[in-house]
Design a protein around this ligand. Structure first.
Ligand code: AMP
Ligand code: GLY
Length: 421
């Protein structure tokens, strides 16, 4: 089969890597791809929101399946556009991707169906939001309604910080239209867990759990990023808690989407927090996580394409899905300054010193310039180590991350430590 993957990050590199192992795949394309994906797929210079160019390319190239990985084209309706032209596509339609695209939609859905989440209020005007905020106490969480590249959430530890975040979103409109509404919600404490599932409407098939590290610095200090590292499994989280999350949150949410006339087809990602009062939902994403995918797919033993086809055919309940018992740890190597402004175009060296059995290098913000791999984004690469346990996987990931060099290279040194404490 001829497959086109849409996207350009480490997540897309991991998806292309997994698909490249499928005997059913005869040709892989990625639009637009990156410097690492180019080694496994033919990269085409079409970007994620160029719907007409994507569908024309898919028709010309007789693509059998377009896999839409990122949030923006999903929310903007790329799957609907492709289906409208008779091109098979993997991913939710826009009316289901809204579970990620609007936090107000997501919170109201969870409230309506009694699915555990933080207590909250929503506002579409600044003054009432400010009045409500002033009636609350810190810590408190302020969230822009729409997509904001993982940066629309402020966990405010003081009321000054909370008021500043609200002002940024609603008055200064730093996230544009994504901040036309806000969610103000209760601060929850506990370890976080990312639980992704393949969903074909009513059938939910969970993947192995993982944990992200959002703040940029060690010990969860500094501003939030798209994610600085992940690991899987979570040896300190019992299976009963994972099952609680499936039974009380993921399955009821898929069922709720069906009842709302918005059946979810694709990858549903539940961002969860394990509070002393049970598992609660922080967010839903309508796609694979980045960098969760870089630790999940290396543990998948089943052909990923078979699972995508089962989702699209509505036969997910019968599809075998097998996972390895190995542990995986992914360390993100980032540009100096990220998540703020950062330089681009810096040469990256040392990649050739990483042995295949030591770690898998998933490129994110890289480009190929005159035959040299250079930096081209904030999160430059994710280095995934695989081992018999977290200790070994971690040691391999860091050994490989140390071999990579570029000016200003930054990574967290404590990825997966929460599993070992
Ligand atoms: P989100 O973009 O919704 O995943 O939020 C980003 C991060 O903010 C999460 O991974 C949490 O660490 C934190 N966060 C979001 N909502 C809450 C909450 N209600 N209580 C505590 N932390 C939160
Ligand atoms: N790693 C967080 C996300 O993909 O949203």
């Amino acid at each position: 089969m001829r497959i086109l993957v849409i996207g350009r990050g480490g997540r897309e590199h991991a998806i292309v890597w997994a698909l490249s192992k499928s005997p059913k795949v005869s040709k892989l394309f990625c639009a637009p791809g990156n410097g690492g994906i180019a080694g496994l797929a033919e990269c085409v210079p079409i970007t994620e929101l160029q719907f007409e160019e994507i569908s024309t390319f898919a028709q010309e190239q007789q693509i059998d399946l377009v896999m839409v990985a990122p949030d923006d084209p999903l929310a903007a309706g790329l799957v609907d556009h492709l289906e409208g032209k008779g091109i098979p596509a993997f991913g939710p339609r826009a009316n289901a991707a809204i579970i990620e695209g609007s936090k107000v939609f997501m919170k109201d859905l969870l409230k309506k169906y009694n699915i555990p989440t933080a207590k909250y209020e929503t506002f579409d005007a600044y003054e009432p939001a400010l009045t409500y905020l002033r009636s609350q106490t810190a810590p408190i969480v302020i969230k822009a309604d729409g997509l904001a590249a993982g940066k629309g959430v402020t966990v405010a530890h003081t009321m000054e910080e909370a008021e500043a975040a609200l002002h940024d979103i609603m008055v200064d409109q730093v996230f544009g239209a994504s901040g036309a509404s806000v969610v103000i919600e209760e601060f929850l404490t506990g370890q976080e867990m990312s639980l992704l599932a393949f969903v074909d409407g009513s059938t939910v098939r969970p993947m192995v759990p993982s944990q992200d590290h959002k703040p940029v610095f060690d010990n969860d200090k500094g501003p939030n990023t798209g994610g600085m590292g992940t690991y899987s499994p979570l040896p300190h989280v019992p299976q009963s808690i994972v099952q609680e999350a499936i039974d009380n949150i993921v399955q009821p949410t898929a069922d709720a989407m069906v009842k709302e006339g918005r059946p979810f087809k694709g990858v549903l990602y539940a961002g969860l927090i394990l509070t002393p009062n049970g598992v609660k939902t922080i967010e839903f994403n309508a796609r694979f996580g980045d960098p969760e995918t870089q630790v999940i797919l290396p543990r998948l033993k089943t052909d990923l394409l078979d699972i995508f086809l089962a989702v699209n055919n509505g036969t997910l309940a019968e599809q075998p899905i097998e996972w390895s018992d190995d542990a995986a740890v992914c360390v993100i190597v980032a540009s100096e300054g990220y998540p703020g402004p950062y330089p681009k175009g810096l040469p990256i060296t040392g990649l050739e010193d990483i042995q295949g059995d030591e770690a898998i290098v998933f490129h994110a913000g890289t480009a190929l310039k005159d035959g040299q791999i250079v930096t081209n984004g904030g999160r430059v690469m994710g280095i995934t180590g695989i081992g018999k346990d977290i200790v070994e996987a971690r040691q391999k990931a860091y050994a490989a991350a140390d071999r990579i060099h570029f000016d200003g290279k930054h990574y967290r040194t404590d990825i997966a430590m929460k599993a070992l404490k």
